[in-house]
Ligand binder design. Structure first.
Ligand SMILES: [Mg+2]
Length: 345
């Protein structure tokens, strides 16, 4: 978005369905933003959210608001010439350990051998933690046989014993089966976390798993508002929360989620699968909260060469850590020509 003095702010929405995001921004959000004062970003967030609450609260509404809200924070920082984290309350840290994350589509997209190779590549790039996403529930619940164990064995063997390793079951199990699986994964492959072992629709099942296993549980990537996160915390009580800056309403709502999480003693390990403005925004958020978990999600940039050219300067990833950008706003400039080329590709 561009202010009346010509300064531009950029944001990013969740990218699973770009035409849907564009339609939400065009038809539902734009009318609440055009001609308004960007310094009123909290009021504008309310206008976008409550002006469209028949189409939310989560999913596409929160995802699309995230992009507009992040653009407002980028704009405010660029108008003042200060990094977004300074407007969010300042810095608790200037870098964060990143874990390498990849999905195998229940074994339909990536073979066991390819999974092992991807895990090795993360280690070569300097990652000290790796997450395997099994994407079970979108295929079936409680699979039998369960491909998770063959993938876990291959990845653990590829990365060796010293790299932190964990698994995202993507809602894969009922509570009873989930408890069995988590115990076995801990025993055989020394996982340090388990993500979404059970459905995100029934938080009581999350609580059941947490009461039964020693492995910390992380959940919250599909709880997109402070109210949904409150339900997850009070009913499911996960050890860590993983909201996503480009899904959960942007920086404005993420700060509110962080405050609720802090009040319940829950650290945040950001969900983050886009190496572009979403990662830059997540880094400003992480810099500005006290209850940041020990790491955040990141991906293998080598798999997305076209995305590396969209922003200048590129985000710094060094020795397994992502560095918080220092420049005004999100700390990056967008190359519009590169974006147009990537959109056509
Ligand atoms: Mg996940």
């Amino acid at each position: 978005m561009t202010a009346s003095n010509g300064v531009t702010g950029w944001g990013e929405c969740d990218a699973d369905n770009p035409p849907l995001m564009a339609a939400f921004v065009e038809h539902s959000l734009k009318k609440h933003i055009l001609g308004e004062d960007p310094w009123d970003s909290a009021r504008l967030w309310d206008a976008m959210f409550f002006g469209n609450h028949d189409h939310g609260p989560g999913g596409a509404l929160a995802n699309s608001i995230a992009g507009v809200d992040i653009a407002l924070w980028d704009l405010k920082g660029k108008l003042l010439g200060v990094p977004a984290f300074q407007l969010l309350g300042g810095r608790f840290r200037d870098r964060i350990r990143a874990y390498g994350s990849f999905g195998v589509g229940f074994g339909k997209k990536v073979t066991v051998e390819q999974a092992a190779e991807q895990a090795r590549r993360f280690v070569r790039q300097g990652f000290t933690a790796v997450k395997l996403r099994m994407q079970i529930r979108e295929n079936r619940q409680n699979p039998d046989p369960d491909p998770t164990f063959a993938y876990a064995a291959a990845v653990r063997s590829a990365i060796g014993p010293k790299i932190d390793f964990f698994i995202d079951a993507n809602n894969g199990y009922s509570a009873g089966r989930g408890i069995e699986v988590v115990r076995r994964l801990k025993e055989e492959f020394d996982i340090v976390l388990i993500e979404e072992p059970v459905s995100d629709q029934t938080h009581q099942e999350t609580a059941e798993v947490i009461r039964a296993v020693d492995t910390p549980v992380i959940a919250g990537e599909k709880e997109y508002t402070r109210w949904q996160q409150r339900e997850l915390i009070t009913l499911g009580n996960p050890d860590y929360l993983n909201p996503d800056t480009i899904k959960a309403g942007g920086l404005t709502e993420m700060k509110r989620i962080a405050a609720i999480a802090d009040a319940f003693g829950k650290p945040i390990i950001c969900h983050n699968t886009r190496p572009t403005l979403g990662t830059a925004a997540a880094l400003h958020f992480i810099a500005s909260i006290p209850n940041c978990g020990p790491m955040m999600e990141y991906i293998d940039l080598e798999n997305f060469p076209e995305l590396r050219r969209l922003m200048k300067p590129p985000l710094r990833f060094e020795g397994g850590f992502l560095c918080v950008p220092e420049g005004p706003g999100l700390g990056v400039e967008v190359d519009e020509d590169a974006i147009r080329k990537a959109a056509k590709a």
